[in-house]
Each structure stands twice: as structure tokens, then as C-alpha cells.
Design a protein around this ligand. Structure first.
Ligand SMILES: CC(C)(COP(=O)(O)OP(=O)(O)OC[C@H]1O[C@@H](n2cnc3c(N)ncnc32)[C@H](O)[C@@H]1OP(=O)(O)O)[C@@H](O)C(=O)NCCC(=O)NCCS
Length: 160
């Protein structure tokens, strides 16, 4: 398994990550609602947003198997919220169902945190739905602390 940045020249990689962002939503909020939330064009632009230094300070990492298959991805960026110092945000993480429980999300997390440290950030965070047990357990296992964000979402944070 190799973790590498997405190739910004590769339309196929951008589309794959956009499709998996949609798959994530379908898994987390339900198939019908998740599919209807954003068009594929919007999601592809969202990937490009994270690849364009004029629009964000971010990185998109892929987990690539020895046979070339892309097993998962994560997107990290510098986030600013009122009343907080800038922090590193895991915007999204996804591992294809057939490759789960093999430590791929863990490898993506470590790469994302290394990127955040290289940006001089001292806090990492992510948001997810309150009932997203696999993701919450994944972050907790890596030392993240959970706080409620609103009625539907939780925030998971860790000092880097
Ligand atoms: C959450 C997700 C990224 C985990 O990916 P993964 O590669 O299977 O995770 P890892 O193998 O690195 O697991 C790390 C730890 O996370 C926890 N974990 C992962 N899946 C879990 C599950 N289904 N139930 C409980 N804990 C789980 C475990 O503590 C695990 O360690 P262990 O296998 O030694 O017990 C994956 O299930 C996924 O893509 N889910 C759908 C997408 C999603 O919800 N994204 C976030 C949207 S905000």
C-alpha cells in the first residue's frame, strides 16, 4: 500500500474521488438523501478546490494498492473558524468497502497529520454524523476527543 498525492492532471482520479465523496454521503446520511445532495460536477469542483493553491491550502491523498487499485482517499486542509486558531481539518476520508479493516484509514490519517504538522498546525479535527460509529471509533482509537457540534454532528479533535 502506498499513500501518494492525487495527480492534479488526472481527470480520472478527480472523478473517482468525487464519486467516492458521493458514496460517503450515501453511506453516512442514507442512499437517497446522499445521492441528491450534490451533483457530480459540484463534487468534482470540490476536489479541484482542494488542489488549487489559489482557493485553499490543502492536500488530497490516495491509498494505492500494489496492483494499482485506489483503495481510499483523504482530503485535508487548513480551516479557520471564528474564535479558533487555524487548524488542520480532515474534510473527508473514504476506504472502499472491500479494503476496510486493513489499516488503510490509519495510514491516510498518519499522512494527513504529517501534512498538518508540516503546515505548522497544532490541532487536527474532523466532523461527522453522530451515528457514524466506524469513523468515530477510528478517530478515538488515534487519540481524538469527541464533542457534540450540533444536533446531527460531532467534532473529533486531537493536539498534534
Ligand atoms: C471509517 C473508515 C474510513 C475506516 O476505514 P478502514 O480502512 O476500515 O479503517 P482502519 O482499518 O484503519 O481501522 C482503524 C480503526 O478504526 C476503527 N474502526 C474501523 N471500522 C470500524 C467499524 N466498522 N466498527 C468499529 N470500529 C471501526 C477500529 O478501531 C479500527 O482499528 P482495528 O481494526 O484495529 O479494530 C471506513 O469505514 C469508511 O470509509 N467509511 C465510510 C466513509 C465515512 O464514513 N467517511 C467519513 C465521512 S465524515
Amino acid at each position: 500500500m502506498t499513500i501518494r498525492p492525487l495527480d492534479p492532471q488526472s481527470e480520472a482520479e478527480i472523478e473517482l474521488v468525487a464519486r467516492r465523496m458521493r458514496a460517503t454521503l450515501m453511506e453516512v446520511v442514507g442512499a437517497a438523501r446522499g445521492e441528491a445532495m450534490y451533483s457530480l460536477d459540484w463534487l468534482q469542483d470540490r476536489v479541484r478546490f482542494h488542489l488549487d493553491p489559489a482557493r485553499s491550502t490543502a492536500a488530497v491523498y490516495l491509498a494505492v494498492r500494489p496492483d494499482g487499485a485506489i483503495a481510499g482517499h483523504t482530503i485535508v486542509r487548513i480551516e479557520e473558524e471564528e474564535g479558533r486558531a487555524p487548524f488542520g481539518l480532515f474534510s473527508t476520508t473514504y476506504v472502499a468497502a472491500e479494503h476496510r479493516r486493513q489499516g488503510i484509514a490509519t495510514a491516510l490519517l498518519e499522512q494527513g497529520e504529517a501534512w498538518m504538522r508540516a503546515q505548522g498546525l497544532d490541532e487536527s479535527a474532523t466532523y461527522t454524523a453522530r451515528d457514524n460509529v466506524p469513523l468515530i471509533e477510528h478517530y478515538r482509537r488515534h487519540g481524538y476527543v469527541l464533542t457534540p457540534a450540533n444536533e446531527e454532528m460531532v467534532r473529533l479533535t486531537r493536539r498534534l
